[in-house]
Design a protein around this ligand. Structure first.
Ligand code: FAD
Length: 388
């Protein structure tokens, strides 16, 4: 690709991963500009994430992306070091533990078969084995559990964003502070990215990586991307409870919890899941969170909230999966949106895939085409059963 100018809107983990993989691609000799309106990332999901990674998905493409994500982060020093500045993500390898009552056991078994076929290192545990492995866990209402044995865990997500950004800049990518208004287009081609101050930045390709704010940028492009911001509150709690070898637990209620240093962090999808609600912590949720936590781990009866924060899932209302690839009407506008709570772990695979698409003309490692916008036009959802 000779001297093309690629403009990426949004410099969060997705935009920055794309910028890095483009700049690092051996056959890319163009220019990359990232337009980011808030270099402090105050509201960006990438700065407010729980930053965990799992392989226990129910669709192969999501599993493949996480497998690459884990591998990439494990070897991050080889990829993203800048001179002596070697990123340290604190990648902690610990499984996810999905818990199911009788009602959810069949889904867990189906997912298990699919995951095994995709080389996921995962085991099903009956309640007795579960109680033996985690004696601090209440298994009374459970019928089955699925435990990841390797390739899952958590990491410093903000550190990953910063490492992508620093490395991309060292490879010549420009980060410019700018508030984007939309994409200027004519005759089926994007000509440039228009800014709120009236300026226009010409480009050969544009990428929409604007997270929870991606939809309004496409208003006049003929494609309504069904992505909204869905607020998620995260609570940091302390307790005298001991939970040795604690995995990331997904309770049948939807509550998730995992250890974080001397504390635990946890969250629960809100009952009233409204779109684009202000980013304020839903403290009223904590009573329910506490009740479920204490029911699942009796030691959590004595639970104290230390602090809390809220961030947006960039939630795809259609099927809770990412929309990746060309805009249906504008072939040189690339979408990287709607990650619905799993964008942090998938950022390396998305960055690499979009760089392949732009430089080589097609995906050459993981085939991301199941995530293309075409499925929305055809009204054929790619259903992910394991949404947290
Ligand atoms: C509470 C919570 C927990 C999560 N837990 C996990 C997890 O455990 N594992 C996981 O993989 N994922 C998790 N996620 C999801 C993950 O954090 C996101 O999918 C990911 O960070 C999305 O990255 P992004 O770059 O697309 O969006 P963002 O990080 O939001 O970046 C988008 C950027 O675009 C900029 N922008 C927007 N509009 C404009 C504009 N008009 N002009 C210029 N700039 C603009 C914004 O300022 C922002 O910096 C979680 C998210 C939340 C909120």
């Amino acid at each position: 690709m000779a001297q093309q100018h690629i403009v990426i809107v949004g410099g969060g983990v997705i935009g920055s991963a794309i910028a890095y993989f483009l700049a690092a691609h051996p056959h890319f000799d163009g220019r990359v500009t990232v337009l980011e309106r808030d270099p402090t990332y105050t509201h960006a999901s990438s700065a407010l994430s729980a930053s965990s990674i799992r392989q226990q998905f129910s669709t192969p493409v999501n599993i493949h992306m996480s497998q690459f994500g884990f591998e990439f982060m494990r070897d991050i020093h080889q990829h993203l070091a800048v001179d002596d500045d070697v990123p340290e993500l604190g990648l902690t390898e610990h499984g996810y533990l999905y818990l199911a009552t009788e009602a959810g056991a069949a889904v867990l078994r189906d997912n298990h078969l699919l995951q095994k076929a995709e080389q996921v290192n995962v085991a099903l545990l009956e309640p007795q084995a579960l109680a033996q492995k985690f004696p601090w866990l209440n298994v009374d209402d459970l019928a089955l559990a699925s435990l990841g044995l390797s390739g899952e865990g958590w990491f410093d997500g903000y550190g990953l964003l910063m490492a992508f950004r620093r490395k991309a800049r060292s490879l010549g990518v420009s980060y410019v502070q700018a508030d984007v208004q939309g994409f200027a287009h004519a005759a089926g081609q994007v000509r440039g990215v228009s800014l709120q101050d009236g300026a226009m930045i010409a480009c050969d390709y544009a990428v929409n990586a604007a997270g929870a704010w991606a939809r309004p940028l496409l208003t006049d492009t003929g494609f309504d991307l069904p992505v909204v911001g869905r607020k998620r509150s995260v609570f940091v709690v302390s307790s005298p409870a001991q939970t040795p070898a604690c995995p990331l637990i997904i309770d049948p209620s939807g509550l998730w919890l995992r250890p974080e240093g001397q504390y635990w962090i946890c969250g629960l999808p809100p009952e009233d899941d409204s779109d684009d609600a202000p980013l304020e912590v839903d403290y009223e949720q904590f009573d329910t969170v506490w009740e479920i936590m204490a029911g699942r781990v009796p030691g959590f009866e004595a639970l104290r909230m230390q602090r809390a924060w809220a961030g947006y899932y960039e939630y795809n209302l259609f099927d809770q999966n990412a929309v990746i690839g060309a805009h249906p009407q504008l072939a040189n506008l690339i979408l990287a949106n709607g990650f619905s709570g799993h964008g942090m772990q998938h950022a390396p695979a998305v960055g690499r895939g979009i760089a392949e698409l732009l430089v080589e003309g097609a995906y050459s490692s993981i085939d991301l085409s199941p995530l293309s916008a075409q499925r929305l036009l055809r009204k054929r959802p790619l259903l992910e059963k394991n949404v947290i």
